[in-house]
Write a protein that binds this ligand. Structure first.
Ligand code: 6LW
Length: 505
C-alpha cells in the first residue's frame, strides 16, 4: 500500500472502516451537521469517494437543539451477515443508537436506541456463536454522573431491539492515560484484540492494544503500549489516535485513524480540524504495530465546482442542525441553488448555510450569487462563535468577523444584483513571529470591476484549537434575509509549500 495521506482531508474525524469483499467502506463523525455521518468507498484504502451519508432524514439524530460539539460522535461501521451495521453516539441527543442498511450508501434505518449503553464511542462485534457485544467508553454525558469516566465497558445486546442482555462489565482501559475511548474489538484468528485510544484527542492522543482468549476478557495489555502516538514529536501529523483495524484481501493489515496537521511557528493551530489518515500495520510477537503516520506528497491541487444543474445536491454539502432540503430549492430558478432565509445569521444555531469542508491549507472559494431579493454570502465557519463572512444585499457588501463575543464589520456600498464573493485561506509565510498563526483569511467581492478585498484576517481564530471544537472549517453559502440565488460555487485547494517571502529589490 502506498499511503495517500490525509486519506480523507478536512473535517473527517473518528474514522471507522469495514471491508466487504474487495470494497472498503468508511464512516466519520459529523457532530451538529446534517446530513450526518459521511460514508466513503475505496478499493485501495487511500483513495476514498463519498457515496452518501447515513443520516439523511429527521429523527435519525436529535440535532434540533443539540449544543455545539454534540450530535454524531464516533461511529463504528461493520459488514456482518450480509448487512451493514453502524453504531454511533448522538451526544446530548438520542444517546447511543444502532442503524442498519442493506447497501452502504443507504438508505439507513431510523436507528434503535441502545438501552443500557451509557457512554460514548460504541463498537459492535460478534462472537462465532452470533452473540453481539457492544464495547464502549464509559464517559457519562448527562445525568447526575455527567463528566464521570467509568473506563472501557462492555455489554452483550440484542442488536435487533437494542436491549442490553446483562449489566455492563468493566474491561481493560489502557495504560492509565486520560480518556480511554474509541474501543474496537476484533476476533483475529481466534484471539480477541481490543484497540483503544487514550491520552485525549489532542496532542497526547495514542493507540493502545490488549488481547484475550475471549471477547469479554480478561485482557492483557501489550508491553509496547501505546503502540502509536505522535505526542512530543515533530511529526507533521499530530494527535494520531482513534484507530480502526482492517485486514486486506491479501492478509495485510491497515489502520484508519484521525490526525491533525497543525501549523504556525509553534504548530499550535489546526485550520482543517481532525482528518482521516491511513497507516500500515505490522505484527510483532502476536501484537499489531501500526507504523507512524506519514504525510504523503502534498496535494498539488484539486477542487469541486457546483453549478447547481443536478436534481439533488451532492452528498458532501452540509448544513447546521437542519437539513438543507427543508429551505433550499434547485427547481425554483433552474441552474441555481435558491436559499430561503428566515432571519437567522451565522451567529445563530440554525443558520441558513450550505457548506463544503475546507480540505487544503491553501484554499479559494468563490460563489456567484444574485442578491436582488435578499441578503446572503459566503462564510468560513467553525461554529456560531467563530466565523468570517462576506455578504451582499441591501445596498452593501459587508465583511464580518465573529470571534467569541467580539464582532467587527467592514462595508462598502454595492448595488443589488449579481456579485461574486470570495474567501481565500493562504498559509502564513516567514519563520519569525509573523508566522505564529496558520494562515490569513481574505474576504473579497467583485461586482464587475475585479475583486476588492474588504478584510484580511488571522486564521488562528477560526482554527480547531481556538474554538475548542471537534469539527473543522466549513466554507459555504448562506442567506440571512429574503431569498438568495447561487449560480455557482467553486472550491479549489492545494497543500504545496507556501512560496518564500519576496525580498524587496
Ligand atoms: C469522540 C471521542 C473523542 O467520541 O471525541 O476526545 C469525541 N475523544 O473519541 C468526538 O470526536
Amino acid at each position: 500500500m502506498t499511503a495517500r495521506n490525509p486519506a480523507v482531508p478536512g473535517f473527517h474525524p473518528d474514522p471507522s472502516v469495514t471491508r466487504a469483499g474487495d470494497d472498503y467502506y468508511l464512516a466519520c463523525s459529523s457532530f451538529e451537521y446534517l446530513p450526518g455521518i459521511p460514508l466513503f468507498h475505496s478499493r485501495d484504502l487511500t483513495h476514498w469517494r463519498q457515496i452518501g451519508n447515513a443520516v439523511t432524514r429527521p429523527g435519525q439524530l436529535d440535532l434540533a437543539g443539540t449544543p455545539t460539539l454534540g450530535g454524531a460522535w464516533a461511529p463504528t461501521l461493520r459488514h456482518h451477515d450480509g448487512r451493514f451495521w453502524l453504531v454511533v453516539t448522538d451526544a446530548m441527543g438520542r444517546g447511543s443508537i444502532l442503524l442498519t442498511a442493506d447497501r452502504p450508501e443507504g438508505p439507513w434505518s431510523d436507528g434503535v436506541p441502545l438501552h443500557g449503553v451509557s457512554g460514548i464511542d460504541p463498537d459492535l462485534a460478534w462472537d462465532t456463536d452470533g452473540t453481539c457485544y457492544v464495547t464502549y467508553s464509559g464517559l457519562q454525558l448527562d445525568g447526575a454522573d455527567a463528566g464521570q469516566h467509568l473506563g472501557i465497558l462492555q455489554v452483550r445486546i440484542d442488536p435487533h431491539t437494542g436491549h442490553a442482555l446483562e449489566t455492563p462489565r468493566p474491561l481493560w482501559s489502557g495504560t492509565g492515560l486520560m480518556f480511554p475511548e474509541a474501543p474496537h474489538l476484533y476476533d483475529i484468528d481466534g484471539t480477541w484484540y481490543l484497540v483503544i485510544a487514550e491520552g485525549g484527542t489532542e496532542r497526547g492522543h495514542a493507540v493502545s492494544v490488549a488481547r484475550a482468549d475471549r471477547p469479554d476478557g480478561p485482557f492483557e495489555g501489550c508491553p509496547a503500549n501505546p503502540v502509536l502516538s505522535a505526542r512530543s514529536t515533530d511529526r507533521p501529523v499530530q494527535n494520531t489516535g482513534h484507530g480502526d483495524l482492517v485486514r486486506t484481501p491479501d492478509g495485510g493489515w491497515a489502520m484508519l485513524l484521525l490526525g491533525m496537521r497543525p501549523r504556525g511557528l509553534t504548530r499550535a493551530f489546526s485550520a482543517l480540524g481532525r482528518e482521516t489518515f491511513v497507516t500500515e500495520v505490522d505484527w510483532r510477537d502476536g501484537w499489531p504495530v501500526p507504523r507512524p503516520v506519514e504525510q504523503s506528497a502534498p496535494d498539488a491541487g484539486s477542487g469541486f465546482v457546483d453549478d447547481f444543474d443536478a436534481a439533488v445536491l451532492d452528498p458532501r454539502w452540509l448544513s447546521v442542525r437542519t437539513l438543507h432540503t427543508d429551505w433550499t430549492s434547485l427547481t425554483e430558478r433552474p441552474g441555481h441553488l435558491v436559499v430561503h432565509a428566515d432571519g437567522s445569521t451565522l451567529d445563530d444555531p440554525r443558520p441558513r448555510f450550505v457548506g463544503h469542508r475546507q480540505q487544503h491549507h491553501t484554499a479559494e472559494v468563490t460563489a456567484h450569487l444574485d442578491t436582488t431579493h435578499g441578503t446572503g454570502g459566503l462564510s468560513l465557519r467553525v461554529d456560531e462563535s467563530h466565523h468570517y463572512d462576506i455578504e451582499a444585499g441591501g445596498g452593501f457588501v459587508r465583511a464580518r468577523a465573529r470571534i467569541g463575543g467580539v464582532v467587527q464589520t467592514w462595508e462598502q456600498p454595492l448595488a443589488p444584483g449579481p456579485v461574486v464573493l470570495r474567501v481565500t485561506a493562504e498559509p502564513v509565510t516567514g519563520t519569525g513571529f509573523e508566522g505564529l498563526g496558520p494562515d490569513t483569511v481574505r474576504l473579497s467581492a467583485d461586482s464587475g470591476d475585479g475583486f476588492a478585498e474588504l478584510a484580511a484576517l488571522d486564521g488562528r481564530y477560526v482554527s480547531a484549537e481556538t474554538a475548542a471544537s471537534f469539527t473543522g472549517r466549513v466554507i459555504g453559502m448562506y442567506a440571512t434575509e429574503g431569498t438568495v440565488a447561487f449560480d455557482r460555487f467553486a472550491y479549489h485547494g492545494h497543500d504545496r509549500p507556501a512560496p518564500a517571502p519576496q525580498e524587496n529589490p
